[in-house]
Design a protein around this ligand. Structure first.
Ligand code: ATP
Ligand code: MG
Ligand code: MG
Ligand code: MG
Length: 576
């Protein structure tokens, strides 16, 4: 490929809304272009990287015996009504109507459609097991799209779905996918960790996330350095739901909506102006019946400030507080979320603190309403989604660094990660809801056992940059680079020798199947080098008259401090 034919568009400065390094560099290197909040054009340079990610995933999925198909982006609502997710999923699910006023959704994932295919096509035990996958555009109307492709609203996901006759066989499918994921992330050249995870809205029992290790990651992981134990604390996302029943000295002006509370909502719920300082905040989860009545509320966290209360707490005067638990202070909460006072965003926790659990809001309200001033500002509070089921995270959510690991093999460490893949054992959750059965050997219908397996294709591009960059730009792993080699001729338009040597090397590498770029734009060397360092091409060859006189070209790896002189005749072999 020659630069004059291709499209290169680099920027000196990143746009102001880019917070993390990957977003900044993707914008500066011209990989993506913003169209709207969480919606991006994949520009030619960026698309090359995305395709490389897709190809590695596709090869490994095929190797693991999965079969590729392609399901529609726009899906009829009926299927989603069968499983109840059309109502249950909340505002993240984009619902649209066609000209006949019929309901559709833009797929955020595809369990319903694939289960519909399976119940029609996989009739007998002889057609099982099967694993179908696709690499397709997803849309999730994220509350807070950010970090460029890492939390987009429109993004590309590889999602696979396995169908098995029994749990043992489904377990094998799960293990196969887990192993395929390990191969994929190794081939992508990423430092990652597989962790036990909460199953979230998709449901099911068994689940692991593949997390790319990065300080900017939104997830907090605990692991034991001496063993395989690793889990997602999920606490950052586990604190979102806020109810104000406990603080109901004033009547509520609105019904709390789980997972939807913004700072404005909180203020409205409390019935106070936005800037009001509140006495305490209770984060709680409500168990509701079908009619939406609250059956039981569990308090997860209580922010109390004011010596009066704190002294009471210190004196252990809180009835029903479990041994080893205490209230978190505001300072701890700030520390906990790892962000500035007045802004508790879903960035995640830096360090977990002990949480008050298993107390009902009713029990708590007397206590809260009994005390008076507290100076906790609710300005800028922005919580994410529903709390996970308490029993899922109860045993890991109260952990701090240095605590003994659950397997008894050492103490726990904490690091941050970017969730790039997720494998779920679903059991019969969807097959039951949609009546997806096969006939066993005796002709009896049996529910299929399912698993689902996602990879964030476009998120991986961002995650790879979080792991590979320096002050000059991106440093791609070879497997992901938009071009593996860039040829930078000095004086391409001025020197016939330079032009011939550059063209020859380009043609030779291209013939050998190397992804090569020849920069024939006629840029000054400084600007040309800066562009390719920003774009992150791993291998650079500089061809100049001076070098050619000695029969040499200059090779420099993106991570190398210095260039190496290589013979013109040897450079082809050197690079392959
Ligand atoms: P997150 O916790 O980051 O919101 P998720 O758990 O909701 O992700 P899954 O339903 O497990 O996501 O989807 C499978 C994969 O799709 C995730 O592991 C992630 O890599 C990717 N993904 C999910 N949401 C987004 C998004 N908004 N933008 C880009 N990739 C995403
Ligand atoms: Mg999500
Ligand atoms: Mg998640
Ligand atoms: Mg997930």
């Amino acid at each position: 490929m020659k630069a004059s034919q291709f499209f290169i568009s680099t920027l000196k400065e990143a746009p102001a809304d880019a917070e993390v390094v990957s977003h900044k560099l993707m914008m500066r290197a011209g990989l993506i272009k913003r169209l709207g909040a969480g919606i991006y054009n994949y520009m030619p340079m960026g698309l090359r990287v995305i395709r490389k990610v897709e190809n590695i995933i596709r090869e490994e999925m095929n190797r693991a015996g999965a079969v590729e198909l392609l399901m529609p982006v726009v899906q009829p609502a009926e299927l989603w009504q069968e499983t109840g997710r059309f109502e249950k999923m909340g505002p993240e699910l984009l619902r649209v109507k066609d000209r006949h006023e019929r309901d559709f959704i833009i797929q955020p994932t595809s369990e319903e459609v694939i289960t519909d295919i399976a119940r029609q096509e996989l009739r007998s035990y002889r057609s099982l097991p099967k694993n179908f996958y696709h690499i397709q555009t997803k849309f999730r109307d994220e509350r807070r799209p950010r970090f460029g492709l890492m939390r987009g609203r429109e993004f590309t996901m590889k999602d696979a779905y396995s169908f098995d006759r029994d749990e043992a066989s489904a377990g094998k499918s799960y293990e196969q996918m887990y192993a395929a994921y390990q191969r994929i992330f190794e081939r992508l050249g990423l430092t990652y960790r597989a962790v036990a995870a909460d199953t979230g809205a998709i449901g099911g029992d068994r689940s692991h996330e593949f997390q790319v290790i990065a300080d900017t990651g939104e997830d907090a992981l605990i692991y034991c350095p001496n063993s395989d134990y690793a889990a997602n604390i999920e606490l950052a996302e586990a604190l979102p739901l806020i109810t104000t029943r406990g603080a109901a000295t004033k009547p509520l002006t609105k019904t709390p909506t789980p997972g939807k509370s913004t700072c404005e909502d909180v203020a409205a719920l409390l019935g106070v102006p936005l800037q009001t300082t509140v006495k305490s905040l209770v984060l709680a989860t409500d168990e509701k019946n079908e009619a939406g009545d609250v059956l039981k509320s569990t308090v997860w966290l209580l922010l109390v400030r004011g010596d009066h209360q704190l002294n009471e707490v210190k004196a252990g005067k809180v009835p029903g507080l479990k041994d080893g638990y205490r209230f978190a202070t505001v300072a701890e909460i700030e520390d906990h979320f790892g962000c500035k006072p007045g802004y508790l965003g879903p960035i995640g926790l830096k360090k977990p603190v002990k949480i008050v659990a298993d107390r009902t809001v009713a029990n708590m309200s007397d206590f809260i309403c009994g005390a008076n001033e507290i100076d906790f500002h609710i300005t800028g509070v922005n919580w994410g989604r529903d709390l996970p089921e308490p029993d899922v995270v109860a045993d890991i959510r109260n952990v701090v660094e240095g605590d003994p690991s659950p397997d008894g093999k050492g103490t726990l460490a904490i690091q941050r990660g970017i969730e790039v893949g997720h494998v779920f054992f679903l059991g019969t959750k969807y097959s039951k809801a949609m009546n997806a059965t096969y006939l066993d050997e005796t002709g009896k219908p049996q529910l299929m056992q399912m698993g689902c397996y996602g990879i964030g294709v476009t998120r991986i591009v961002g995650a790879a940059i979080e792991q590979g960059h320096d002050e000059r730009g991106i440093i791609w792993p070879d497997a992901l680079a938009p071009f593996r080699v860039v040829i930078c001729p000095i004086g391409y338009d001025r020197s016939a020798e330079v032009q011939t040597a550059a063209d020859q090397l380009h043609d030779q590498l291209q013939a050998q199947g190397v992804d090569v770029m020849l920069d024939n734009r006629g840029e000054r060397p400084g600007a040309m080098f800066a562009d390719w360092e920003l774009i992150g091409v791993p291998h650079r060859v500089v061809i100049s008259d001076r070098g050619l006189k000695e029969g040499k070209v200059e090779y420099q790896g993106r991570r190398d401090a210095q260039a190496t002189s290589v013979g013109v005749g040897e450079i082809g072999a050197f690079l392959t």
